[in-house]
Design a protein around this ligand. Structure first.
Ligand code: PTJ
Length: 251
């Protein structure tokens, strides 16, 4: 790893890049993961690299929905695991909700590496491992259609950071509430999901951990009010406003 000076104006972003590049070398990430990360960086830049009030509202709503769920599940891909494994595991214990490996580019080697990464971060049980049972998600084909019987298949609420548009659509169509985290407010996933958190996973997931500690003490009625009052389309429009306000500041 190259030594990045903490004085570098883009230190945090460069540290994340190094982390991703290393994980790619180790074979945890898909070939296109670094491209996806770069796209995320570009959107984060125009969001001012901070969590917007709209994202905070979506985080609060997402956590409320997970706490109200009968079977909440956290579905993780390579990028999310590399960037936030410890927080994902903490969130999974606090809700509580099982973690399921969900890879767009699924290979047995990557699945094994993901399992190791999540277990090293403290996960006791991980679903979607090699050899685990799986059932197809209606409307999808191939490895992307896999859902664990105890995970996304029976879940009523699924948290899927960085999901692909087809899968998000298929999960919503099968009656599930889909919470996603995606820096691109215009992506198909962002537009299709039930609750879209337009933020970087490296900020959003730690904030979800903080929020669950607070919201766990709330009565169900209050959590339900938070979920009922939320309008995803309006929330995405607020994120788009944050982007345009960020540019206006520079004028
Ligand atoms: O690990 P796998 O096999 O499941 O592969 C995952 C990737 C990410 C390669 C695959 O899902 C993919 O190709 O993703 P896309 O279609 O490039 O979409 C990535 C989306 O995530 C884009 O809208 C990015 O803006 C967004 N994104 C990238 N990094 C982050 C992010 N959103 C939140 N936080 C990030 N750190």
């Amino acid at each position: 790893m190259h030594k990045i000076s903490p004085k570098h104006p883009r230190y945090n972003s460069l540290v994340l890049r190094e982390k991703m590049a290393e994980a790619y070398q180790e074979g945890i990430l898909a070939d296109t993961a670094l491209i996806a990360h770069g796209r995320g960086e570009a959107f984060d830049y125009i969001l001012g690299e901070k969590t917007s009030p709209a994202a905070l509202e979506a985080i609060r709503t997402g956590i409320s929905a997970m706490l109200l769920a009968d079977n909440p599940v956290i579905s993780v891909n390579g990028n999310t695991a590399v960037l936030t494994a410890e927080y994902i595991v903490e969130l999974s214990h606090l809700i509580p909700a099982p973690i399921e490996i969900n890879l767009f580019y699924r290979t047995p080697e990557r699945v094994k590496k993901m399992e190791k990464l999540l277990k090293n971060a403290g996960a006791t049980e991980v679903l979607g491992k090699e050899g685990d049972d799986h059932v197809p998600i209606p409307g999808l084909e191939g490895p992307r259609s896999r859902a664990h019987p105890e995970g996304a298949h029976r879940a009523d609420v699924v948290l899927v950071p960085l999901e692909d548009g087809d899968r998000a659509q298929a999960l919503v169509s099968s009656g599930k509430k889909v919470i996603t985290i995606d820096l691109n407010p215009l992506s198909r996933t962002a537009q299709t999901s039930s609750i879209t958190i337009v933020d970087n996973v490296v900020r959003a997931i730690p904030l979800m951990v903080q929020e669950v500690k607070k919201l766990k003490r709330y009565p169900q009625k209050q959590l339900k009010e938070i979920v009922d009052e939320f309008d995803n389309t309006k929330n995405i429009a607020k994120s788009l406003n944050s982007i345009s306000n960020y540019f206006k500041q520079d004028e």
